[in-house]
Design a protein around this ligand. Structure first.
Ligand code: FES
Length: 170
């Protein structure tokens, strides 16, 4: 997909988001907080992976260029660290927020329910490749804690049984 450029506040041109998928907003907020600086690349890639479940070429290019590094460098970083995933693992992605507000409000119970139901921990995919489970630090909607994002859709104030039902219905 062609990436149009917009003028960054710092004077450097930055790409615009690859699509209007709302998850890019979450990535954009994080990159802005990191000052679009190259030393924030790993954090920005983490946020993109948390949002999308993995990093594809489009994400690596967009995040890399936004943070002022070449796509080849972003790709190099993503392949160096084993916790970055470059392909969709499961058919569905369930990301559990383990940020402070969500942790206090029961994120551990949600992770426990997932492990009990699916037998997988964050960073793993069910053996049938149906669901990948990931952990995030904060989705920016702490008032709804605990929060999970299933296939990019936020589910707030969710209980372990509700989450299990949600996953069963996938
Ligand atoms: S800590 Fe979970 S959304 Fe902020």
């Amino acid at each position: 997909m062609a990436i149009a450029t917009v003028q960054a506040a710092a004077g450097r041109s930055r790409p615009s988001a690859p699509s209007d998928d709302k998850r890019w907003r979450q990535v954009d907020v994080r990159m802005r907080r990191l000052g679009y600086r190259p030393d924030g690349l790993i954090e920005a890639l983490h946020t993109a992976q948390e949002a999308f479940g993995y990093l594809d070429d489009e994400a690596l290019t967009y995040v890399g260029e936004s943070m002022g590094v070449a796509p080849s460098k972003a790709y190099g970083v993503a392949t160096f660290y084993s916790h970055f995933m470059l392909k969709p693992q499961g058919e569905h992605t369930c990301v559990v927020c383990a940020g402070t507000a969500c942790y206090i409000n029961g994120a551990a119970g949600l992770l426990g329910a997932i492990e009990g139901k699916l037998g997988v921990e964050p960073g793993e995919t069910t053996p049938d490749n149906k669901i990948s489970v990931l952990k995030a630090r904060c989705f920016g909607c702490c008032s709804m804690a605990p929060v999970v994002m299933v296939d990019g859709e936020v589910h707030g104030t969710i209980t372990p049984p509700e989450l299990v039902t949600l996953l069963e219905d996938l």
